[in-house]
Design a protein around this ligand. Structure first.
Ligand SMILES: Nc1ncnc2c1ncn2[C@@H]1O[C@H](COP(=O)(O)OP(=O)(O)OP(=O)(O)O)[C@@H](O)[C@H]1O
Length: 770
């Protein structure tokens, strides 16, 4: 359907038997068939090596790409790529070459040397081959200028890999880099011996090792996607993707359009690899996306419909934190600043870098979300309805930005949109009909011809009326290449990220977000003051003398602690579900995220507990002495802090469970009522009620406060009237060190249990689709 000849530079890099390099553009030869072999008289490309036959192979320039066939050589030709190494001989027929495929000719005995490599690449922007001459004892490779081979990409670690001469052979090692090393398209685990013409790939760079030197170059290009036989069935057999087959080439800007509910977002999630509960295959520049997702996902950017930014950070600070989370840990401050500067320029937000995100307009927030994703320099970029809610002018500007990014930054961009006005800026449009059917895939111009209309809006109506017919008609007229070679590759190891480092960055970020939200901060710290003052109004003047007065006011103080803790956390996770989901899709560890929330809130709790106990002490007073110390303040403080912290932990569970702040707040009264009813203070509990009480915070909190106040020693009101009556000893208020410490331990254990439950529940938040 489309002819891509001329758009791309389809290059062949040939290394002959003597490791001489020849680079040529296959399209520039202007031939339909290109022959290669040893004989200068009969070949277009002459390759000198005894391993190569006089007439060895041929390339055919076809509409679907470059095809290769062996023309009956003696040694055959190996096609090597992510799927492994396959011997191609005369009877194999033509094979379609993919970007990065390697053709090798090897002598029967490898020790003879003279092997030949033909590396096929498709690229719009590619650097020149450079050579690092050998011999050398050690060659350091990385982003830092101190390396022998310097490779420029933000995903490349400062010290990424090293090649060392050991006795008589060279070995390559991965220096625990963030994004790994591929040797002949296999993930390098540790160290491996290098042989002549081995191909090393590090993100966007290719290095060819030869006995005389290392040839290397970097390209700035996006990735290609081949989607085959993609189906998705949900619920009781509802099919929401119907046998989708599409090809997206490097550096294309592609829109997925269609009516509401047609399956646009479903398709995008499925082909981005973030939803793998579907059938079919996606090849990511020849690599099976599902099998290699843990490695490839660092090359994928994803901007969901909701903004993935924090309102209470400035744009610059948001980008700094994201850079620290996403970029290799050895990235310097200067490099981060430079990258942020570049990314802000790309999305035209430089002048707003010190503006709080909450103050940005809708279109600017969208571009800020794109900037967040651009930081890690992804090659493939997915955006879900980036233009929704924007005015036509802003929408056009954003489309222009994306189109430019695809071309100038070498990215492949796929977006879902409802817009029709700027679709001409896209290289390709995928038209989706109801049921997740692809009704057409091609340029806007081709679409108009296919649907026989000049108006793109009419296409929507056509597809809505007859989705199955259009899908069948389209399927009948696109020849699709089978993609068997991408399957069955062993899954590489997952990239390693330090959870502890993430924890520190996330804690700093959360603390800064809290600090920047002054109205909320004021509320958090005014609340304990006001509550303590209100308690002062209702308390009678014989607290800590009369049993009933003391027990009531301590129960109220405990409830206040529970409310404060719950209020601190109950909306904190649900309000940032979109960002959390996106960061988890990256490499964020949920235990680090949860711990950062807990730690910051525990610190807030320290201040709140100190305030409420201090004000309570000032207006009502505190027990005369403590159980552990002479002064009761520290024990009252610890009890209230543990009360606030355990309720905060309970609030986080609710926040991880519900989907919005409103729903979370609606749950709060229910939680409070349980605490009131089962505290054992308002009602005498029996049977099930007694058992439920063990799980409440109020029981342990109020018992601790009662013990510190030594309730058993206070006079009951009844005793004043009838002095003969004895005050029955209650074990729950025992003025004993062991009793107090065990109550505190239970409250602390509750915090730990809630932490584990929250982190486990977040797995569902992060995974849920809708
Ligand atoms: N997990 C699911 N369970 C049930 N139905 C689902 C699920 N996911 C998607 N669907 C259904 O699949 C269809 C396609 O949904 P999708 O969100 O992909 O549509 P869309 O084209 O992006 O729509 P819109 O433009 O309105 O966002 C809809 O009918 C939707 O209700």
């Amino acid at each position: 359907m489309e002819d891509r000849t001329g758009e791309f530079n389809r290059k062949l890099t040939v290394m002959d038997g003597e490791s001489r390099v020849l680079e040529l553009s296959l399209d520039d030869l202007h031939k339909e068939r290109i022959f290669w072999g040893r004989d200068p008289g009969h070949n277009d490309i002459v390759i000198s090596s005894p391993a190569v036959s006089r007439l060895h192979g041929k390339f055919k320039i076809a509409s679907q790409g470059i095809l290769f066939a062996d023309v009956g050589s003696t040694n055959g030709t190996y096609l090597e790529n992510a799927a492994g190494k396959h011997l191609i001989h005369k009877n194999s027929g033509y094979v379609l070459l993919r970007d990065g495929d390697m053709l090798r000719v090897q002598p029967p005995d490898e020790r003879q040397g003279n092997s030949v490599l033909l590396l096929y690449t498709e690229s719009m922007q590619e650097g020149k081959w450079q050579k690092y001459a050998l011999p050398a004892s050690r060659i350091a490779i990385g982003r830092g200028s101190e390396n022998d081979i310097v490779l420029q990409h933000m995903g490349i670690s400062r010290k990424h890999a090293v090649i060392e001469l050991k006795v008589d052979a060279y070995f390559v090692s991965d220096c625990q880099s963030a994004n790994g090393v591929l040797v002949n398209d296999n993930i390098l685990n540790g160290t491996c011996r290098l042989r002549d013409k081995d191909v090393i790939r590090i993100l966007n760079s290719i290095l060819i090792f030869t006995n005389s030197g290392i040839y290397y170059k970097s390209s700035q290009q996006g990735v290609s996607l081949r989607v085959r036989n993609m189906n998705k069935v949900v619920g009781k057999g509802k099919q929401i993707l119907h046998d989708v087959n599409v090809d997206i080439d490097s550096n294309e800007f592609v829109a997925i359009v269609g009516g509401s509910g047609a399956g646009k977002s479903t398709l995008m999630n499925a082909i981005s690899g973030f939803d793998r509960k579907r059938q079919g295959t996606v090849l990511f520049s020849g690599l099976n996306l599902d099998e290699n997702f843990s490695v490839l996902k660092s090359l994928i950017g994803y901007v969901p419909q909701q903004d993935i930014i924090y309102e209470n950070l400035t744009l610059n600070r948001m980008l700094v934190y994201t850079a620290k989370l996403k970029m290799p840990k050895d990235t310097s401050k200067v490099e981060i600043e430079k990258r942020i500067h570049d990314v802000l320029e790309m999305v035209e937000l430089s002048e707003h870098q010190n503006t709080y995100i909450r103050k940005l307009s809708g279109g600017q927030k969208k571009r800020a979300s794109i900037a967040v994703e651009l930081l890690a320099d992804p090659s493939l970029f997915f955006l879900d309805e980036p233009t929704s809610g924007l005015d036509p002018g802003t929408e056009k500007k954003l489309m222009g930005t994306l189109s430019r990014l695809a071309k100038s930054q070498g990215k492949t961009i796929v977006m879902v949109t409802h817009t029709t006005q700027s679709l001409d800026l896209c290289d390709k449009v995928i038209f989706m009909g109801q049921g997740g059917r692809v009704c057409f895939c091609g340029t806007c111009q081709e679409a108009k011809m296919f649907f026989d209309t000049d108006n793109l809006v009419d296409i929507y109506n056509e597809m809505a009326a007859q989705p199955e017919e259009w899908a069948a008609q389209y399927a009948g007229c696109v020849p699709l290449e089978p993609i068997g070679f991408g399957e069955g590759k062993e899954a590489p190891k997952k990239r390693k990220f330090s959870g502890i480092r993430q924890f520190f960055i996330l804690t700093m970020r959360y603390a800064e977000i809290m600090k920047n939200d002054l109205p909320r901060l004021a509320l958090l710290f005014l609340q304990p003051i006001l509550i303590a003052l209100l308690l002062g109004i209702v308390a009678d003047d014989r607290v800590f003398e009369i049993y009933e007065s003391t027990k009531s006011i301590l129960f109220a103080l405990s409830c206040a602690g529970i409310w404060i803790g719950l209020f601190n956390s109950i909306q904190e996770i649900c309000k940032e579900r979109a960002v959390l989901k996106r960061e988890y899709m990256g490499n964020m560890k949920l235990w680090s995220y949860t711990l950062s929330k807990f730690v910051v809130q525990m610190v807030v709790g320290v201040l709140q507990a100190a305030i409420i106990v201090a004000v309570f002490g000032a207006v009502i007073g505190l027990p005369e002495k403590g159980i552990l110390m002479k002064n009761s303040f520290p024990e009252m403080f610890v009890t209230i802090w543990l009360t606030i912290t355990s309720s905060m932990a309970l609030g986080f569970i609710i926040s991880a469970f519900v989907k919005s702040g409103d729903k979370a707040m609606a749950c709060a009264p229910f939680v409070l009522i349980i605490q009131l009813l089962f505290s054992g203070i308002l009602f005498e509990l029996k049977g099930a009620g007694k058992k439920i009480a063990y799980a409440t915070i109020s029981k342990w909190s109020v018992e601790s406060l009662g013990s510190i106040a030594d309730l058993n020693s206070l006079t009951m009101k009844m005793q004043e009237e009838l002095p003969g009556i004895e005050h029955e000893f209650q074990e729950i208020f025992e003025f004993a060190k062991k009793h107090l410490l065990s109550n505190w331990t239970i409250l602390a254990a509750m915090v730990a249990i809630c932490y584990v439950i929250t982190a486990l529940m977040l797995r569902n938040v992060a995974k849920d689709g809708r």
